[in-house]
Design a protein. Sequence first.
Length: 205
Amino acid sequence: MSEPTPYEKLGVSENASFEEVRDARDLLLREYEGDEAQQEAIELAYDAVLMDRLRARKEGKIAVPDRIRYPERLSTAIPAALQNNTQRRSPSWLSNLLDSPSQQDILISLGIFAALGAASFFIPVATTWLSFGLIASIYWLTRKDNRFGRALLISLSGITTGVILAALTNQLLVLSRLLGDGSFPSVIQMVIILLIMWLHACFLR
């Protein structure tokens, strides 16, 4: 039994319009939602149909609408199917962890942690500002997905990472020794910790 053609995989004829091919692809993707192997096969068949249409147009066999000429802009070194597969293979845990905050959220959260950093210059009490930073981080993360446990873990991860990085600067930041009293964390190191906490709170979820 011969291998089905890309048109047969999509369930369309070779004379089908671009809209029919696209709609067939979308319908099959919804039908096999969650089945990555089937969805990959559908995308490969769709890409093969587009490339077949492009070859036919170059040979003067058919006239292809302008709206589907984008395959001409694909790199010859990297096939469209390979580019699509690379995008689909990004780890799901990474996409679930990273966040894309709005500009307003970035500025508001940055303002909160910047205020804490500025306050630490005038009242150098590390435990106070770390506590406020932890509370702000948990609040900011909880408002995204309303998951307190996850917000707490990410916030603790942020404060731990910040403390480790600040500790590594203990021998490198001469400025921190000049401004501080030799204790850990110094004012500069406190700002580093709050910066790391802000990055966790703003760009993770």
